[in-house]
Structure formats: C-alpha cells, structure tokens
Write a protein that binds this ligand. Structure first.
Ligand code: ADP
Ligand code: MG
Length: 401
C-alpha cells in the first residue's frame, strides 16, 4: 500500500485528500478541533511536495429524502466554511474555500490553485450521490485530481463517492492513490488487535456500552480472536437475563437474549457479579450496590466493586487489550468507578498493546485522564469495530491496496 510519504512527483499536481473534518460545531463555532489537527501531517507533507491540495470531507448528516426546506436547513447547519478558517489558522497559511460541490465553480477553484496551496470543498454530503457512491459524481470529482490520499479513517468503512468512487477511478487510470499518516497509524495499530500472534496472548476484550444489538458482529469476531471477553455496561443486563437473573428496571434487549445465551456458552465471557444500581436514571436519590438479582424499582448504572476487582485481575494478565464501550454511565460522577477500574488496569499493564475503539470509550478515557496510557486510541469508532469484524478489511482502505 502506497503511503503519502512515498508519493513521488507531486509538484504542480492536484491531489485530492479525503479527510475527516466531521467536527462538533454549532452555528459556525467549532467546539473540538482534534480532527482538523489530526489531518495536519498529511496536508503538510503534500504542501511540502509542492502539490495543489484539494480537501474533501463530510460534516454531519444531510438527509436528501426529506423535504427540500429540511434539506436546506441541514445543509446550513453542516456548513464546512468555518472549518476552512480554523484549518488556515492551524496550518499557518490561508485555506481557500469552495462553496460548490460540483460544476464550473468547483472546477475553476481547483484550476486556480497554485503549487502548495490548499482548497477545502463544501461538505461532500451536500451531494445526494455521495453516500450512494454515484458513478457520475465519482467521475466528476475524480477528474479534479491527479492523485488521491485517503486520510479519513472514521469514514473508511463507508464505500461512498469520496471514499471509494474517486480512488477506484484514479487507480484505474494508473494514478497514485495512497493512505495518509492518520490512516497509516490506525491500520498499523488495529492490525495488532485483528491478527494477534501467540506472543500477544492472553488477548482480553472489554465490551460495554449500551446495546448488544449494536455490537453483535464484533462480539462474534472477538470471541474467535480473544481468550476472554469482559462484559459491562447496559449490555451486561441482556446477558444476565439470558442466565435467568432478574435485572429490575435495567435496560435489556429481549430479542438478544437467545443470542447472549449462545455467546455465553463459548465459556469465554466474563459477566458482572455485582452492580451499582439507582432508583431513577435521571434523578437518582437512592444509589446502592447489589449482588445477584437487581430488585424492581432499580436499574443497573455501573459494575460493582467485586466485579471491578475481578475484571482488573483478568486485565492484569493480558498482553493485548481491545476496549469498546464504557462499563457504566461514566458521564456522571456516581457511575464512573467501573470505567475507571478498567482504564486503570489497562494503564498498569507493561509490555501489552492496548487499544480503544469507540467514540464514547475514547471520550471516557480522556475525561478520566487515562487516554495517554493506551497504546492506541482510534479516531474512528465505527470503522475500528468494522475492521475487527471484517478481519482487517475496510472498503476505503482495500480500494487503495
Ligand atoms: P462507544 O461509543 O465507545 O462504542 P457506546 O456508544 O456503545 O460506546 O455506549 C456508550 C454509552 O453507554 C454511554 O453513553 C454510557 O452512558 C452508556 N451506558 C453504559 N452503561 C450503561 C448502563 N448501565 N445504563 C445505561 N447506559 C449505559
Ligand atoms: Mg457511542
């Protein structure tokens, strides 16, 4: 696979870079520019090579099936223009912005670029054909580039026009298509939790979060790869029901109980033995630690102290850890202890490779002060899960290979 640092003869060439500028923003104010910062190494590399850089990214959602006025509203809400300003500040050079996503205006904006200049196109999702990988749209966009770089790991599991259509066409024309620095780091790191050599065992997966149904494929896949799968979060209550336990008012998925039972029979799953429960989700006035059945009128909010100890001990033996999904409602101080315990156990590991894949898990690790202690924190929650599910394959990366 070609890497951006190995691309040649880019002086004067138009290079399309698919970046992930899907930043949280409201009314043009960007609240977290991490994703823009993460794209800088690749952009700087291309500027350094004298390329004419054409950046494309999606931002938020635009539902083209909605009424025209609703679509207009969504477009306005997900306007990419403020990102160009912020990127310019971070790069230390002006970034041109093209409000058009097709047609003459865009063509001209690209044609007017000089060597080392950077242009950001409006949100790719303004185009109806983007998410459908529309061939006409892909062709038009591909015609704007002499080369392509994929640096949007968070979108690599989607075969859209900007992530798949463009590189497919350019590659077919014999042009250079490569992955950028951000994607390279993701692929190298995640490869280590996808194909784990004997020396990487014991391999422990920590799974939590809200729903079993969101994670079925990844649970399947991890059960094949791992020695132990530790379960926490609301997901644990579906497993508890499968084992005939009572879960009070805890959220669980009735239609996943049979599945959970089958998974449990693999003998690799570790379930909580106690829970921190509350009488109300929004306004908990009665918080208790419960072993065994959770009584009516209470719901599980976090794993309990005994479980924390058992899980930490299991993690302490690991050589490889993959973590997706918080152990409890970590957003609230009363229910962070479970997530802190697994973070701490991972942080204390020596000579182990530890990976977080999951948006909320990554923000939990950051909030609780453990982010730097992990070997790798993926920038793409969905993409990292799909990479594990599909044994290392993602459409947006396979197309480059
Ligand atoms: P990720 O984004 O890391 O994949 P998920 O989106 O699957 O994680 O789940 C994160 C959410 O799960 C968090 O908002 C957290 O509050 C919630 N959660 C965890 N445990 C519970 C619980 N016991 N009850 C309700 N929600 C929970
Ligand atoms: Mg999430």
């Amino acid at each position: 696979m070609l890497l951006v640092k190995d691309m040649k003869d880019l002086k004067g060439k138009r290079v399309i870079v698919r970046v992930d500028f899907n930043v949280p923003q409201k009314g043009g104010v960007i609240s977290d520019d991490n994703r823009i910062v993460a794209a800088l190494p690749t952009i700087r590399e291309l500027i350094g090579k004298g390329a004419r850089v054409v950046l494309m990214s999606h931002l938020g959602k635009v539902k083209h099936k909605e009424a025209p006025e609703v679509v207009e509203e969504q477009k306005k809400k997900n306007n990419m223009a403020p990102v160009a300003v912020r990127l310019g500040e971070l790069l230390g050079q002006p970034v041109k912005f093209c409000p058009a996503t097709r047609g003459e205006e865009l063509k001209e904006a690209v044609a007017n670029l000089k060597d080392g200049e950077v242009l950001l196109m409006q949100n790719t999702r303004y185009e109806k054909g983007e998410e459908k990988n529309d061939p006409e749209l892909s062709k038009e966009w591909a015609s704007l580039g002499d080369a392509f770089v994929m640096d949007a790991f968070g979108s690599a599991h989607r075969a859209h026009a900007s992530t798949y259509g463009i590189p497919e066409i350019l590659k077919g024309e014999g042009k250079q298509v490569a992955i950028g620095y951000l994607v390279e780091k993701e692929v190298v790191s995640l490869e280590k939790v996808v194909n784990v050599p004997a020396s990487g065992h014991p391999y422990v997966a920590i799974l939590g979060g809200f729903k079993v149904s969101d994670k079925i494929k990844v649970i399947d896949s991890l059960l094949k790869k791992c020695d132990k799968v530790i379960i926490g979060g609301a997901m644990a209550y579906t497993f508890a029901v499968a084992l005939g336990k009572k879960v009070g008012n805890s959220p669980f998925e009735a239609d996943q109980v049979e599945y959970a039972k089958r998974m449990y029979e693999t003998g690799k799953i570790l379930l909580p033995v106690d829970a921190v429960v509350a009488n109300d989700f929004e306004n908990p006035t009665d918080i208790r630690t419960i072993e065994g059945d959770i009584p009516e009128g209470f719901q599980g909010m976090d794993i309990g102290p005994k479980t924390r100890e058992i899980y930490a001990k299991e993690i302490s033996k690991a050589k490889t850890v993959f973590w997706n999904g918080p152990m409890g409602v970590f957003e609230r101080d009363e229910f962070t202890a479970g997530t802190v315990a697994v973070c701490k156990a991972c942080a204390e590991l020596k000579d182990a490779f530890t990976v977080i894949g999951g948006g909320d898990s990554a923000s939990a690790a950051k909030k609780l002060g453990f982010k730097e202690k992990f070997s790798h924190v993926s920038t793409g929650g969905g993409a990292s899960l799909e990479m594990i599910e599909n044994d290392g394959h993602l459409p947006g990366i396979d197309v480059i290979k």
